[in-house]
Design a protein around this ligand. Structure first.
Ligand SMILES: [Zn+2]
Length: 367
């Protein structure tokens, strides 16, 4: 079941070159990702073989035949339609009979005794489609690397694994069972092989609607021309979603351990620990985090603009180390009450990172 749907799609980039993440202005006022009535049971609509028609208004004419394999967060039920958020972050309506659905889960309470086999994790590979994210020193695109890492992370979560906590090694084993479900916002076995533009409201809407235990957005950073030493890992947490800070702290700790062994030489003076940026009013700066209702984090693993870190990110060993680190962080978050190295208070951020708008975003259509 969990594999039938991994999918995804596109729009905005959370943190492009340099991290700062923007917002989807085109969609911000169109669909509120958190208008979920508590009594809505169907959480995700899955487009079956042959596609499914989307209309702009309930009962209106179909304007798009959405591609099979797409998954849409369901925001409203108005028989016989579902109101969903499409991949571009727009409100759309689909006939209930034309899709299958997944019900909303009730998140568990992290700590000793947590049932991993019922956990639901959303793995978001940052960027996609025309939104390529940051560019590496030799031309490797963040979007593509993020997808590789996210897919490796899915494999870890989707199968039973053991962890050697001394060395950090993750291998097939029976210490930790497969989680109940992994949803990828975009995946190599999904529409357009995962190279799809996705709106932030779509990405986080998937996690909010399905009742995810955690939403992890995989990114890499960029700061052309800057040179330093030690891994430049940042993990940002959602101020408004309880548990996000602890999740970020644990993932950060595991990232520093896992990537620090790979010879990275960037970012010596960087803040060590989980952090986040907020607007002057205290709300999350990053659009993805601002919308997160479940524990939500953005992992900025390495600086792809740094040649040494780009090489790590381009290597299978490096991608696996990144995926393993996030996996360990998730396992610790779910099965313990540890808080990790440090959780830094929010930093007011007034940098001008602009707002990216994909006016021409298109939902993948059935070929
Ligand atoms: Zn990014």
């Amino acid at each position: 079941l969990k594999r039938i749907l991994p999918l995804l799609l596109a729009a905005l980039a959370a943190l492009s070159a340099c991290g700062p993440a923007l917002d989807d202005s085109a969609t911000a006022n169109t669909v509120a990702a958190n208008i979920t009535p508590a009594d809505v049971v169907p959480a995700l609509a899955i487009v079956p073989e042959g596609g499914a028609g989307l209309a702009e208004i309930a009962g209106g004419p179909v304007t798009i035949n959405a591609q099979e394999g797409l998954v849409f967060p369901i925001l409203e039920v108005r028989d016989p339609w579902y109101g969903v958020v499409d991949t571009c972050g727009r409100e759309a309506w689909v006939d209930q009979s034309s899709v299958t659905t997944v019900s909303r889960s009730t998140p568990g309470v992290p700590g000793p005794g947590f049932d991993l086999s019922s956990a639901v994790i959303v793995v978001d590979a940052g960027h996609g489609g025309r939104d390529l994210g940051a560019k590496g020193a030799s031309g490797v695109w963040e979007s593509h690397v993020n997808l590789e890492i996210a897919t490796l992370l899915r494999e870890r979560l989707d199968n039973p694994h053991s962890v050697d906590w001394e060395t950090g090694r993750v291998r097939p084993g029976d210490d930790y069972p497969a989680v109940g479900a992994v949803w990828m916002t975009r995946a190599p076995d999904g529409p357009l092989n995962g190279d799809v533009e996705l709106a932030l409201s779509y990405r986080v809407g998937m996690g909010n609607q399905v009742g995810a235990d955690a939403i992890v957005s995989v990114h890499n950073n960029s700061a052309p021309g800057v040179v330093s030493s030690s891994p430049g890992t940042d993990v940002f947490y959602a101020v408004g979603a309880p548990g996000s800070d602890r999740l970020a702290s644990l993932i950060h700790e595991e990232m520093m351990r896992g990537l620090g062994e790979l010879g990275s030489e960037f970012g010596a003076a960087r803040v060590t620990g989980a952090r986040t940026r907020v607007e002057p009013d205290g709300t999350d700066f990053y659009g993805l985090l601002r919308r997160g209702e479940m524990p939500t984090v953005i992992v900025e693993g390495l600086y792809i603009s740094e040649p040494a870190e780009e090489r790590i990110l381009s290597s299978r060993v490096g991608q696996q180390a990144y995926a393993d680190a996030v996996y360990r962080g998730l396992i610790r978050f779910l099965t313990s009450e540890e808080t990790g190295t440090a959780i830094h208070p929010p930093e007011v951020f007034d940098g001008d990172v602009g707002t990216v708008t994909y006016q021409a975003c298109v939902v993948p259509t059935q070929p």
